[in-house]
Design a protein around this ligand. Structure first.
Ligand code: PEP
Length: 249
């Protein structure tokens, strides 16, 4: 099963439902649809509307973050995994570099991941090195630390998806070299196997400047279980092009 996950970040109002409708229309008619799963993460303001109207076997709705405290607490402007799950939202992105740069450290992320899993949600856990770390050849070291500080053996690995998003490739138009990305994906899977002490590891996605053009290159890397798509997911045409070109003969 491959994943195509759209992260809208701070984009979208009620009329953006049109984008979701077009994507669902495409998936419904696509002969390849049993091979993949589409997930869209709109901002909090649209979760209730979109979850009620669009959550289906053709598309799932996802939240982009939550507070590190669960249930109810005194945190102005925040929402918890429990509150998101109550809307019927199954998926939750955690550890995105946007949020790491605004204070999401490993301690908070551990709490968030645990809260999401306790609420029986599926976590899309983002990891990735920055440009300097890459230059210093510290990518594997950083990824191993990001994974092992937060993901633990006792967690339900079936409900965890890892998204490898090199920070230097997010929104820049640059993607890693094919051999590098293949090796990094293999390294992440090996690390997850060690953490969960099992042969079955979480799916590992790639994210960073994915579009309808470079997907033809990215699809050659069979170890990648899907994609986390930012910019291109705000246009139904660009998003659908990614799926189309992934499966094109
Ligand atoms: C993202 O922010 O998760 C992302 C992958 O963005 P983009 O596709 O625009 O690089």
């Amino acid at each position: 099963m491959k994943y195509f996950i759209g992260n809208w970040k701070m984009f979208g109002v009620s009329k953006s439902a049109n984008i979701i409708k077009k994507i669902i229309d495409y998936v419904k008619k696509d002969k390849k649809k049993s091979n993949y799963k589409v997930v869209i993460a709109p901002p909090y303001t649209l979760l209730q509307n979109f979850s009620k109207n669009f959550n289906s076997k053709f598309l799932s709705i996802c939240a982009q973050n939550c507070h590190f405290r669960d249930n109810f607490s005194s945190n102005t402007g925040s929402i918890s995994a429990y509150m998101i799950k109550e809307l019927g939202v199954q998926y939750l992105i955690l550890g995105h570099s946007d949020n790491r740069s605004e204070g999401d450290d490993e301690k908070k992320l551990s709490l968030k991941v645990n809260n999401a899993l306790n609420n029986k949600m599926k976590v899309i856990f983002c990891i990735g090195e920055n440009k300097k770390q890459k230059k210093l050849k510290k990518t594997n070291l950083i990824l191993k630390k990001q994974l092992s500080k937060v993901l633990k053996f006792k967690m339900k690995s079936d409900n965890i998806i890892v998204a490898y998003e090199p920070i230097w490739s997010i929104g820049t138009g640059f993607i890693p070299k094919e051999v590098e990305l293949k090796n990094t994906t293999i390294f992440i899977k090996k690390t997850l196997k060690k953490i969960f002490k099992s042969k079955k590891t979480p799916h590992v996605l790639y994210g960073g400047s994915v579009d309808g053009g470079n997907i033809k290159e990215l699809r050659r890397i069979k170890e990648i279980d899907g994609f986390l798509i930012g910019g291109a997911s705000k246009s139904y045409k660009k998003f659908i092009d990614i799926i189309k070109n992934y499966y094109r003969n």
